[in-house]
Design a protein around this ligand. Structure first.
Ligand code: KG4
Ligand code: ZN
Length: 331
């Protein structure tokens, strides 16, 4: 069975094709990052418009040699995400569904991230802990099986990637700040600025990053020459943010006794985060895995794959509508 996946929840226009017998046979992603960089963040209306402009050519690039008539069903991100952006993918999916006479399947974006590791590894089995850290999410989730997820902890305010981006802005770095902070931090001393580790000692697994960002703001205000300290600030901020993530993941492993940890989301590209999590392999006797970067960040392969696990009969298909807010436990 061949599933076409469509992802337009934020600033990536992505389409992919997954065949249950052959695996992933084609995928294409267009990132709008350069367009939004000018504004220092994603501008929702520009995102929707650009999805409209790009989606057809991204589809053509994704087909991997098959004819569109060979597709058996179309899966698309129905939420959570930016409403206008989601509606582009949904309308496109409904158009294909009506035109080709095939079912369309609404997919929860976060659920797709949780299942994405199966695209790159065949040694992963349920249950596992997922740390999903991106510009929009910071979640620690116990993944027990398909459709069986427990959010163990989440950010009470900014997502960790969002904090990297806001600190990047304070340091006059280009958007998104995360990769630039990591690069600059290599030259800095992580103990130079003693930033707070929010919620480090709270018993729960929740996270908070807005106080850390504000602490960076205050420390910058006191400086005469920001450029002289920029590397130390970046290194100290990065150290604080990652220390909190590592500490909460340790608590999650102890609480659940799981033996596999999966990292996902754009922040999973961060080498300090990866190195620190890798250390847990020996310390806790667990497996730590991060899917290929293209399957950690927003992509349609994960949407097509999850769609392939959720086939529906055309005659039983209901009407769905994009949901900008969609709690994971309502999947
Ligand atoms: O998953 P993603 O590509 O998009 C969504 O947010 O949905 O994640 C983007 C986020 C941005 O906040 C970016 O700054 C952060 O991931 N990021 C990083 C690194 N690379 C990307 N944060 C820290 N270190 C990195 N190397
Ligand atoms: Zn995402």
């Amino acid at each position: 069975m061949i599933t076409l996946g469509i992802e337009t929840s934020c600033d990536e226009t992505a389409v992919a094709v997954f065949d249950t017998s052959r695996g992933l046979i084609g995928e294409s992603v267009f990132s709008q990052i350069d367009m939004h960089a000018e504004y220092g963040g994603v501008v929702p209306e520009l995102a929707s418009r650009d999805h409209c402009l790009k989606i057809l050519s991204v589809l053509e690039d994704s087909l991997g040699g098959i004819n569109i008539s060979e597709i058996d069903q179309v899966a698309y991100t129905a939420g959570p995400g930016l409403l206008g952006a989601l509606l582009v993918g949904e309308s496109f999916a409904h158009g294909l569904s009506a035109g080709l006479g095939i079912p369309s399947i609404p997919i929860h974006h976060l659920e797709a991230h949780l299942m994405a590791p199966a695209l790159d590894f065949d040694d992963i089995s349920f249950p596992f802990i997922s740390l999903l850290v991106s510009g929009g999410h910071s979640l620690i989730i116990d993944v027990r099986g398909l459709g069986d997820y427990e959010i163990l902890g989440e950010s009470q305010d900014d997502a960790v990637g969002e904090a990297f981006d806001k600190v990047g802005k304070l340091l006059n770095l280009p958007y998104p700040g995360g990769p630039h902070i990591e690069r600059i931090a290599k030259e800095g001393d992580p103990s130079k600025f003693n930033y707070p580790r929010p919620m480090l000692n709270s018993d729960d697994l929740n996270l908070s990053f807005s106080g850390l960002k504000t602490a960076v703001l205050y420390s910058i205000r006191d400086l005469d020459n920001l450029d002289e300290h920029i590397a130390d600030i970046a290194a100290s901020f990065q150290q604080a943010a990652i220390e909190v993530l590592v500490s909460k993941i340790k608590k999650a492993l102890i609480k659940t006794n799981r033996d596999t940890l999966i990292l996902a989301g754009g922040v999973a590209a961060n080498m300090l985060l990866r190195d620190e999590m890798n250390k847990l392999e020996d310390e806790y006797g667990i497996k730590v895995r991060y899917p290929e970067m293209k399957h950690c960040t927003d992509n349609a392969a994960m949407i097509a794959y999850l769609g392939s696990l959720k086939s529906v009969d055309l005659s039983k298909q209901g009407i769905s509508c994009a949901r900008p807010r969609w709690p994971l436990d309502e999947v």
